[in-house]
Write a new protein. Structure first.
Length: 286
């Protein structure tokens, strides 16, 4: 009985802590969504604080849709997210698969060089010079190619490939399959959890692309969504406005945050099971 009472008390404390943590995550999101949907006059009546919208107004989102800058920035962000993630997964898997083979010549020296790049980098200026000499400046590819392979994700994928049964590889070689065919028809279909996990990491990084855009891209027409939204969020001066007719800056800022986070929130539940499984299998060697 004493043990059961201790266990119930322990679980009560755990659930209370988890509930508080969940509220800490949900509360800011709820506030941002409410302010973006509530007329600003109502927000001011509540002292600038709104958790549940009493009146719903989509004027802020209509303002974004009427401006050609936001749709264009969305197109750029979607391009670098979709194409960039595909490039990341292709190149990372092509590099992780041979490194997962223990009989690969010079495997250990190459792994040491790979890990070295994770600990030390050339710096911003040398990287900029390389991007400039390769002709990628002011191109959307400057936000894709320099970050083609992330060392940490490469090592996770390599570990996952090492955990696959060697008998599959040996049987395929007996049947005359080449290494590329083994990778494409056997390894990758069995590696969907880790591919979904690494792909999500890459996709979120591309969707939130900001630093590379402001360093390598000067053409506003090629700026991704985060750079455009950053300019809007930095607008601190509130115009002289009629609350029923003009959208205030703070409402635009909150709507900008919603628009930038909504796609990732929508996509994540569909790959959550792959994400959890891939993270565990790719990080623990059995």
């Amino acid at each position: 009985m004493v043990t059961d009472a201790k266990e119930k008390a322990y679980m009560t404390i755990v659930y209370a802590i988890l509930t508080l943590l969940a509220l800490c995550v949900v509360f800011p999101i709820l506030y941002v969504v409410s302010v973006s949907l509530t007329p600003y006059s109502e927000v001011l009546k509540n002292g600038g604080f709104a958790i549940f919208p009493t009146k719903i107004n989509f004027e802020t989102y209509r303002t974004f849709l009427q401006d050609s800058t936001i749709p264009r920035a969305y197109q750029v962000t979607l391009f670098i997210t979709v194409v960039g993630t595909l490039v990341n997964l292709i190149v990372t898997s092509l590099m992780a698969y041979p490194l997962s083979k223990k009989n690969m010549p010079l495997r250990n020296p190459i792994l040491m060089l790979v890990v070295f790049t994770m600990l030390f980098s050339g710096g911003t200026i040398p990287t900029y010079l390389i991007v400039k000499e390769t002709g990628l400046i002011n191109s959307v590819w400057a936000m894709i190619i320099p970050s083609t392979v992330a060392t940490f994700y490469l090592l996770i994928m390599k570990t996952f490939f090492e955990n696959l049964p060697e008998s599959l590889d040996e049987a395929a070689k007996i049947d005359g399959a080449s290494e590329l065919r083994i990778l494409w028809q056997i390894v990758l279909p069995l590696s969907m959890p880790i591919m979904a996990t690494v792909g999500l990491f890459y996709a979120v990084g591309h969707w939130n692309e900001f630093f590379a855009a402001i360093i390598y891209v000067s053409d506003n027409a090629k700026h991704p969504l985060q750079v455009i939204l950053r300019g809007m969020l930095n607008q601190t001066e509130l115009p002289e406005l009629d609350f029923e007719r003009i959208v205030p800056t703070e409402s635009l800022q909150m709507a900008a945050v919603v628009l930038s986070t909504l796609p990732i929130i929508v996509v994540y539940p569909f790959i959550q099971k792959y994400f959890t499984q891939g993270a565990l299998l790719g990080s623990v060697k059995g």
